[in-house]
Design a protein around this ligand. Structure first.
Ligand SMILES: Nc1ncnc2c1ncn2[C@@H]1O[C@H](COP(=O)(O)OP(=O)(O)O)[C@@H](O)[C@H]1O
Ligand SMILES: [Mg+2]
Length: 157
């Protein structure tokens, strides 16, 4: 096989706490190749979320990667600017957060929250992006896509 698409190479992550710096994750190491699906299983608190957040550059400000590197397509993600990372985030690497009620923006209707991502990452017009959003809602079998498009998150279960 060629080189991995995503190479989590021996990363350690720690937190600044009131009692000083504490290393939380030690030398996490795995590789993901194109078209591979990898499930990471572990008890609560074992570091699944931290590892994923590190890949996206979304660790809390008190956290720090103390060693290792995260290579995407051979490129060290930690060396990318926020702007470069934004091009990848939400398009090539995405996170589906737990707790959908707190992941959606409560002050924005449901449809436009998806359309926004498409406008950011594709050449679609506003009208096309809305059509694509409705198509995606249908694809994942949301009932009445048009009405879900136009409601706020708290209005649906
Ligand atoms: N903001 C934080 N400050 C200090 N420690 C944290 C913070 N967030 C997570 N941790 C610690 O990091 C470890 C891994 O957490 P996490 O990645 O959320 O686990 P998982 O997703 O596998 O349940 C846990 O021991 C947790 O206590
Ligand atoms: Mg978690």
């Amino acid at each position: 096989m060629s080189h991995p698409l995503l190479n989590i190479h021996q990363i350690s992550i720690g937190f600044q706490t009131d009692n000083g710096f504490r290393e939380t994750l030690q030398q996490v190491d795995f590789q993901l190749y194109k078209n591979e699906i990898l499930g990471i299983v572990g008890e609560s608190g074992s570091g699944k979320s931290l590892t994923s957040l590190a890949v996206l550059g979304l660790l809390p400000s008190s956290a720090k990667i103390t060693e290792g590197e995260i290579l995407y397509n051979g490129e060290d993600l930690s060396t990318l600017s926020t702007k470069q990372l934004r091009k990848i985030r939400g398009k090539e690497i995405s996170m589906i957060f737990q707790e959908p009620m707190s992941s959606l923006n409560p002050s924005m209707k449901c449809g436009p929250q998806v359309t926004e991502i498409l406008l950011e990452h594709t050449a679609l017009s506003k009208k096309e992006a809305k059509a694509e959003t409705l198509r995606l809602f249908e694809k994942v079998k949301l009932p009445r896509p048009e009405s879900i498009y136009d409601v706020y998150p708290h209005q649906i279960s």
